[in-house]
Design a protein around this ligand. Structure first.
Ligand code: THU
Length: 135
């Protein structure tokens, strides 16, 4: 997919959030930022724990920040940023959590070194389990 006009701004916010990652165990620091169609941005970073399994990824942190602010629909994009020589890819749990609110969200993958890839949640998680499956 093509880069969009707001992508670089969203990447910048995610990169700032990444600086606040708490990743003393893996040292793998991730930043994420969700933008809504009304141009509000909510960011997050991964937060690890000495009890390793309690770790939360940056993407879920960003989505939960949006939800905690009352934003549960009309998401426009999520940017995910790492400082690595390969692009990030959201884990399966995060794909499912994003799908709950925006199953076809635009996903902007970036490295601090300038690599970019634009994809969609539809491509990353086809046929998700959604609230409608429960009715
Ligand atoms: N992590 C994320 O924040 N997002 C991903 O998409 C993959 C993994 C975090 C979790 C953990 O803190 C570290 O990266 C290594 O798995």
């Amino acid at each position: 997919m093509e880069a969009g006009p707001g992508d670089e701004d969203l990447i910048r916010v995610a990169a700032l959030a990444r600086q606040r990652a708490y990743a003393p165990y893996s040292k793998y620091r991730v930043g994420a930022a969700v933008r809504t169609k009304r141009n509000k941005i909510y960011s997050g970073a991964n937060v690890e724990n000495a009890s390793y399994g309690l770790t939360v990824c940056a993407e879920r942190c960003a989505v939960w920040s949006a939800v905690a602010a009352g934003e549960t629909k009309d998401y426009d994009a999520i940017a995910i940023v790492i400082d690595d020589d390969q692009l990030p890819t959201p884990c399966g749990a995060c794909r499912q959590v994003i799908a709950e609110f925006s199953p076809s969200l635009r996903v902007v993958l970036a490295t601090t070194g300038g690599q970019r890839k634009i994809t969609t949640l539809t491509a990353l998680l086809p046929d998700p389990f959604l609230p409608g499956n429960l009715s």
